[in-house]
Design a protein around this ligand. Structure first.
Ligand SMILES: [Zn+2]
Length: 219
């Protein structure tokens, strides 16, 4: 890693195979997630916040998810609601059937408890119970967030039809494929380590920032 440069000056851009409009920003360094230590912070802020990019990302993810028989609800984790809305539009364009009374796809970003369990209240449960769900995430590194989200959705009676993540280093979780715009092959030197087994920590290097699906906070 280059010394002396602040995080933002170390950004490396990777373009999506399917679109030169979509660039992933990766920052090399030593970062901590809730589950592991990583050697790249993967930044998808532009893709999920600029509507032109969010729309393009949704178009490609819809194609990758392939033909789904039913979609009732897109459940958005990590601040992916803008992409989620465009994804719902793609499903409607493709005339994918929704079993919803109002004949339109719901987009929901669930509340999370302090221990990161997802919660649907009485006013949102009807978007999940007995419904066909597409789960959408920003970055997937260990698959823990997907597992937790799937458990939550299934607890409330939802049926997972597909999973999309802007960046993912895992191919599948609990036997369900994770479709991504960027995978580990794009950021080839991406590595995640268990906290107790992190080579940077062993060398006594400081953690630069704590990161999660929403962003980073420098220490
Ligand atoms: Zn470490």
């Amino acid at each position: 890693m280059e010394r002396g440069l602040i995080m933002e000056q170390r950004i490396v851009k990777f373009y999506a195979r399917e679109s030169n409009k979509l660039a992933l920003h990766a920052i090399p360094g030593h970062f901590a997630t809730s589950n592991s230590h990583i050697n790249f912070y993967i930044d998808v802020t532009g893709i999920r916040s600029r509507i032109g990019e969010a729309e393009e990302a949704a178009r490609i993810l819809a194609r990758k998810l392939g033909h789904l028989n039913y979609v009732d609800t897109v459940v958005c984790m990590d601040g992916t609601e803008v992409i989620g809305a465009f994804l719902a539009k793609e499903f409607e364009k493709e005339h994918i059937t929704s079993t919803n009374q109002h004949k339109t796809v719901y987009v929901n970003s669930p509340e999370q408890s302090r221990d990161n369990q997802i919660i649907f209240r009485d006013n949102t449960k009807n978007m999940i119970a007995g419904k066909h769900i597409v789960l959408l995430l920003a970055t997937t590194t260990t698959g823990e967030t997907i597992k937790r989200s799937m458990e939550g959705i299934q607890y409330y009676g939802g049926i997972i039809e597909g999973i999309g993540s802007i960046f993912s280093t895992v191919d599948s979780v609990n036997g369900i494929k994770v479709h991504s715009l960027f995978d580990a092959e794009v950021v080839t030197s991406y590595q995640a380590f268990p906290k107790a087994d992190c080579p940077f920590c062993k060398k006594g290097m400081k953690i630069e920032a704590v990161v999660n699906g929403f962003g980073y906070s420098k220490l």
